[in-house]
Design a protein around this ligand. Structure first.
Ligand SMILES: [Zn+2]
Length: 238
């Protein structure tokens, strides 16, 4: 293969390698984000449960205060009943007592209902706290793995760049700028193989003359359709 073409194929491979690092970094970062997001959601659930418990406890306290009031009222009604003179007054007090007792029943029912809610939510809170600490632990473990993976990638990037620098230093400036010009629009498919007499950049069939030149590999040949640099793969049987 022509020396310049050979360099271009190598450079193109290194550039592909370099560009493949970013998606890898993003992927591991995403894994980490998802893990911490899960833990964060569990923590939000705990906060919500705490709010609900607080709210129920407040309602329970209000009902307890109401019960105390009603009990005072019942005492005073019973006192009054002892000193009333006529039937009408007795009836009125009786009615007052009935209403107060009904209100007591209702308040007691509410307290029982709220206590059940509080107990349930407390149980949920304990469970969610366990889930949260597990998720947090998992996220921290992932964080350690991610950190070491990041370091591995960093080293690989450094190696790839060193390789690129070394190669570029030996290349002709003219060839390089020709390649970079194509790369501006073709990105990592600036240098493509010919397979089954088709350009692997635009996938159009190339004519016999161009194909013969590519097979000879003596010159830098571009695709007549798209302008990408073509080369013959070592394994490709012409
Ligand atoms: Zn093409």
């Amino acid at each position: 293969m022509n020396k310049y073409l050979n360099q271009l194929v190598k450079l193109s491979e290194i550039n592909k390698e370099i560009d493949a690092f970013e998606p890898r970094v993003q992927k591991i970062q995403k894994t980490l984000n998802v893990a911490f997001e899960k833990a964060k959601n569990a923590n939000t659930d705990i906060e919500l449960l705490e709010e609900e418990i607080k709210d129920s406890k407040l309602k329970k306290m209000k009902n307890e205060a109401l019960l105390a009031e009603l009990s005072e009222k019942l005492k005073s009604v019973s006192k009054k009943t002892a000193s009333v003179k006529n039937e009408k007054e007795v009836k009125a007090l009786q009615l007052e007592e009935d209403i107060a007792k009904e209100q007591c029943d209702y308040a007691n029912e509410e307290i029982a209902r709220l206590e059940k809610i509080i107990e349930l939510k407390e149980g949920e809170k304990v469970k969610t706290k366990e889930v949260y600490s597990e998720l947090q632990k998992a996220a921290e473990e992932i964080s350690i793995t991610v950190e070491s993976e990041r370091n591995v990638i960093k080293e690989e990037i450094a190696v790839a760049y060193a390789k690129k620098e070394e190669l570029v230093s030996t290349m002709s400036q003219r060839i390089l700028s020709f390649y970079e010009k194509i790369r501006k629009w073709a990105h990592n498919s600036a240098v493509v193989p010919v397979r089954k007499q088709a350009c692997y950049g635009c996938f159009m069939r190339i004519n016999d003359k161009t194909n013969a030149l590519v097979v000879q590999s003596e010159d830098i040949i571009t695709c007549p359709h798209c302008g990408r640099i073509l080369y013959r793969e070592a394994t490709e049987v012409a």
